[in-house]
Write a protein that binds this ligand. Sequence first.
Ligand SMILES: C[S@@+](CC[C@H](N)C(=O)[O-])C[C@H]1O[C@@H](n2cnc3c(N)ncnc32)[C@H](O)[C@@H]1O
Length: 257
Amino acid sequence: MATARVEDGDRAERPDAGNRRQAVPFDPDHFARTSQSTDHLERFQTIYRTNFWAGPTSRSGAGAGADQTMSLRAELPKLFRRWAIGSLLDLPCGDGSWMAAVDLEGVDYLGADLVPELVDLNRARRDGRRYQQLDLVTSALPSVDLIFCRDCLVHFSAADICAAVDNVRRAGIRYLLTTTFPSEPSHVDIVTGDWRPLNLERAPFDFPPPVDRIVEGCTEAGGLFPDKSLGLWRVADLPKPVAASAERTPPSTLRGT
Ligand SMILES: C[S@@+](CC[C@H](N)C(=O)[O-])C[C@H]1O[C@@H](n2cnc3c(N)ncnc32)[C@H](O)[C@@H]1O
């Protein structure tokens, strides 16, 4: 683990800004080291059931807390209005805790996640919104105006990111609003389930500059992620997946919804 000594004489150490992967409160290489199975549903179910991301208020992790989503709650409705978004697929929606507080007047909302327990949790809220189990990589997706994909591709291998983007393109979705870290210089690849900060404008993804952006105001890890953003891209502007020939993971078995 790359560390930089904090110069206050107390010998405390903090993750080096050059290796922000190590700054999260969980092992970002856990599944590469331990997992025998390649079943993604099993991995994300384990994450949910064990609160693996150590979220103090949400099993979707610290990033889903009220403090980390404050600016999003204010900025998302404005972005939806700016781009005339009438239908929205929130995939993945996680536990839906913070999105429940976002004003979605005039927007037809569908929340979806791979993990069935999360779908049940959202439905139990009876908030008048629709929820369904979907796999971003393999399910047939509805042809909405915008897919909102926050804090998800950061957990995917490069091959699965490319397969997910391809799936979004196949569905005829117009806009992709997704997490990116524009200060991250390059990537390591990971196994799906693990984590790294992702700059979608860098190889092998090479997205063009986003047409719109929300800077989240992330204060996690003592402020190591000030660039954490949601980039908005026209799906038609995205390059064809470069890792299309890379090994794809097998589809998860979804229950009937
Ligand atoms: C860090 S949480 C983010 C949730 C939500 N977007 C938020 O901002 O609070 C990541 C979520 O991705 C879901 N997920 C992982 N792989 C998925 C896939 N292939 N399809 C749909 N959801 C997936 C996990 O179950 C988990 O709920």
